[in-house]
Design a binder for this molecule. Structure first.
Ligand code: SF4
Length: 65
């Protein structure tokens, strides 16, 4: 699975709280970033939940394999 956070991120860090293993807040970019190029499979469910719950629709799952 490949995931990205778009520039629409409003920085409320909700995804960071839900899945800190994958998402972290970048103080320079002022938005959340994804720690992995390929997200480990054990985090798929949480990443999908984070994408659904992101109020800015800023989490894009690019490749769901
Ligand atoms: S939940 Fe969405 S808006 Fe909030 S920090 Fe994460 S990507 Fe950004």
């Amino acid at each position: 699975m490949k995931v990205k956070v778009t520039k629409e991120c409003m920085g409320d860090r909700r995804c960071n709280d839900l899945c800190p293993e994958v998402f972290e807040y970048d103080e320079d970019e002022l938005k959340s970033i994804v720690k992995f190029d390929e997200v480990p499979s054990e985090y798929y469910a949480l990443v999908r939940q984070a994408a659904e719950e992101c109020g800015a629709f800023a989490i894009e799952i690019e490749d769901d394999n």
